[in-house]
Design a protein around this ligand. Structure first.
Ligand SMILES: NC(=O)c1ccc[n+]([C@@H]2O[C@H](COP(=O)([O-])OP(=O)(O)OC[C@H]3O[C@@H](n4cnc5c(N)ncnc54)[C@H](O)[C@@H]3O)[C@@H](O)[C@H]2O)c1
Length: 318
């Protein structure tokens, strides 16, 4: 396939490397102002990987119509602007593949909804989600991921085209659940980092159990399958988030609690705001998300926030 990857950060550059490695014709687009792109243009490398000569590097989108698929991996809150920018290219009969985890704050929309609403109806949309760290894939450690789309032929085509020794893909069956689950995982990651920062890492087992429960309730209320919270998009990604030194969201939570600054993208910071609004809209209790939100947006003390989770009224586990 001819593929353009948009977004030359940590994940977009990995996706580029992977798709080239399994034999696709890949172009990586980054804005000329992007430090990541400047570094690739100079050295073909970032601090995690080196892109082979077979990958084309571009700083404009003038040839984007030559691609069969457009893979997007940028910050979620920037997706609508990107779709506005892409409108001038009049794209038709393309497959958009979203390798991103988030929910739009202002609208509560899933990322696939934003693409569908802002592109020609001949274009198809899929998501590619699940666990995996660039450092480990690059060292040859395989993982399992999920591809989902409302269009089953697109889903089947992508799973076939994108499978390789490094990634075993599963066919997703619940776009709502997969997108909400993937986005919410980053919020649980921040909560995990906060526990680490408070020297309470042993509570991460309870966080896994109760985090999946509240995300499952939200997915169900939104019309998805609550089992997706226990799938690759969410629970399956906890090892790479809740327990990993590589996770940006976990690290962000830990550094926040310690009063240190963190500069990398931690999508969960934005997603928690969207999730709290969705919880209200769908009348679903999201105690962990609300606690994280109170710490990040209402300046609540992290330990007090945790204590308030423990003093809630007693509940049935399921
Ligand atoms: N396992 C996974 O599925 C996985 C793992 C890591 C990250 N992600 C997701 O991938 C997405 C990107 O994360 P990251 O860690 O690579 O972030 P990053 O900050 O390293 O990179 C984002 C890049 O997008 C670029 N960008 C932003 N707006 C753009 C635009 N309009 N046009 C072109 N480029 C634009 C930025 O310049 C930056 O280079 C996030 O949604 C994240 O949650 C998924």
């Amino acid at each position: 396939m001819k593929i353009t990857v948009i977004g030359c950060g940590r994940w977009g550059s990995f996706i580029t490397w992977y798709l080239d490695k399994i034999g696709h014709d890949v172009t990586l687009y980054g804005r000329s102002s992007s430090k990541h792109m400047q570094q690739f243009l100079e050295t073909r490398s970032n601090d995690l990987l080196t892109l082979p000569e077979s990958v084309k590097l571009v700083t404009d989108l003038k040839n984007i119509n030559d691609s069969d698929a457009i893979v997007i991996s940028i910050n979620s809150q920037g997706l609508r602007n990107l779709m506005n920018e892409l409108a001038s290219y009049n794209l038709k009969n393309k497959i958009f593949v979203l390798c991103m985890k988030g929910i739009e704050i202002e609208t509560g929309k899933r990322l696939s909804e934003i693409v569908t609403e802002n592109t020609n109806e001949s274009n198809k949309v899929a998501v590619w989600l699940g666990p995996g760290h660039v450092q480990e894939f690059y060292n040859g450690i395989p993982n399992c991921m999920v591809i989902d789309s409302d269009d089953s032929s697109v889903k089947e085509y992508l799973v076939k085209e994108f499978s390789g020794d490094l990634i075993r893909f599963y066919y997703g069956k619940d776009l709502i659940g997969n997108e909400i689950g993937a986005a919410a995982k980053n919020v649980i990651g921040i909560a995990a980092g906060m526990l680490d920062g408070l020297n309470l890492s042993s509570l991460k087992g309870a966080l896994m159990s109760r985090g999946t429960r509240e995300v499952a309730r939200l997915i169900k209320a939104m019309g998805g399958n609550e089992l997706s919270a226990y799938g690759l998009c969410h629970l399956g990604d906890y090892e790479a988030t809740v327990f990993s030194k590589f996770s940006h969201n976990r690290t962000y939570g830990e550094m926040y609690v310690k009063g240190e600054k963190y500069d990398s993208l931690a999508e969960g910071y934005y997603t928690v705001k969207a999730l709290v609004s969705l919880g209200k809209k769908y009348n679903v209790e999201l105690p962990i998300c609300n606690a994280v939100y109170d710490v990040l947006y209402n300046n609540k003390d992290p330990k007090e926030s945790l204590d308030s989770l423990f003093s809630r009224k007693l509940k049935q586990e399921f």
